[in-house]
Design a protein around this ligand. Structure first.
Ligand code: SF4
Length: 360
């Protein structure tokens, strides 16, 4: 039996999205199965049960673009606030386009807000996010949120997060400068490209992953070290070594085109999702990660969440401790923080791009 409670509960609230990201196919989904989703009231019960297991835990709202759910989104953030739980959310910024909405996010939204942005160059962001004008909207959202936070004298962290790939890693230096010094966000998180999420079954080749996974991992590491010196990032050398190992493994395996169907993974085990995370899907099933290769179990009644964590998930955990799938590099599940403990980020998400099944 485990002793430590879970630190994070990832709660899916939709699957749809209003962007068309090249690395994620969730936007092809439409929530047409919504009548089978657990209702908001059940989500609240699960959140309350999680608070009993860990009063200092954090709910991570997952999608799709979760802000498309409007009042459900804020109902969850308010419930987390009422219970004293942390609440993390990664958004694409499209729904935060007015001062009023930015103020609402600061006063009743998540306790930590992360915005997905792939570059300081509008053309790169728009191309990888699939919608022209999405760069302008995410930058506007960040500026509005930072202005609201300052005006309302709030302390809420506002972060940016990028999917790092061949198209943007050479420009990380000016990208950091833009995010930290021009926009004024508190941090730029790096999430490395993984096989495409929600990949359609009819496609045989994960072309975007194959063509955009970084091949020169030494150059990537040099660039991150350069940014570390320039922006005082306090990069964790163990994490940086694992970033290199992840990219080297993919090159050596020569299987990027297979996407999530790959059989050989990273040469080292770098994930510890089974030590800290519970993922609850749209139907009320609990798992230890997003990957459907591992089973999830239904939460039917009060007490099921604790039973899942402390007892029923243990056989799943036993299998995960040797799992080296590529999603181990994701923010949501990797063991190592990107920054050293003397300037740490929460050892989790920010998420978005969690593993298969969550927005980035
Ligand atoms: S590496 Fe991926 S599939 Fe394996 S346990 Fe971690 S999150 Fe799950």
């Amino acid at each position: 039996m485990r002793k430590e409670p879970p630190h994070f509960l990832f709660l899916d609230i939709n699957q749809r999205c209003n962007l068309r990201c090249a690395h994620c196919h969730y936007w092809r989904r439409d929530d047409s199965d919504r009548r089978r989703y657990i209702p908001l009231s059940r989500r609240h019960e699960i959140i309350r049960e999680f608070a009993k297991i860990n009063a200092n835990g954090t709910i991570v709202i997952c999608g799709g673009e979760s802000m498309l759910e409007g009042e459900d989104y804020f109902s969850i953030t308010r419930e987390c606030g009422r219970l004293g739980l942390g609440c993390f959310s990664v958004i694409n910024g499209t729904k935060v386009q007015t001062k009023a909405m930015a103020d609402r996010m600061i006063t009743e939204g998540p306790s930590e807000i992360t915005l997905s942005i792939n570059s300081h160059k509008p053309a790169i962001h728009d191309a990888t996010r699939g919608v022209r004008g999405s760069f302008d909207r995410v930058v506007k959202a960040m500026r509005l949120l930072i202005d609201s936070r300052n005006r309302l004298n709030a302390r809420k962290p506002i972060y940016a997060m990028a999917v790092v790939c061949e198209q943007n890693y050479r420009d990380l230096d000016p990208f950091y400068d833009f995010i930290l010094n021009d926009v004024g966000a508190d941090k730029l998180k790096l999430n490395f490209l993984q096989p495409s999420f929600g990949f359609p079954k009819w496609r045989l080749v994960d072309r975007f992953f194959k063509e955009n996974i970084i091949s020169d991992y030494e150059a990537l590491a040099s660039m991150i070290r350069k940014c570390d010196r320039a922006y005082d990032l306090h990069i964790n050398p163990v994490w940086l070594a694992q970033v290199k190992m992840y990219h080297r493994s993919i090159q050596e395996n020569r299987n990027a085109a297979m996407g999530w169907l790959h059989r050989s993974g990273t040469s080292e085990h770098i994930c510890n999702t089974y030590e800290r995370n519970i993922m609850v899907d749209l139907y009320g099933n609990a798992g230890l990660c997003f990957n459907k290769a591992f089973p999830s179990l239904p939460l039917r009644a009060e007490g099921d969440l604790a039973t899942f964590w402390y007892e029923r998930s243990l056989p799943i955990r036993e299998k995960m401790v040797t799992c080296n799938r590529y999603c181990g590099i994701s923010h949501s599940v990797r063991k190592e923080s990107a920054t050293r403990k003397d300037r740490d980020e929460p050892s989790a998400p920010g998420l978005s791009t969690p593993g298969p099944g969550a927005n980035a």
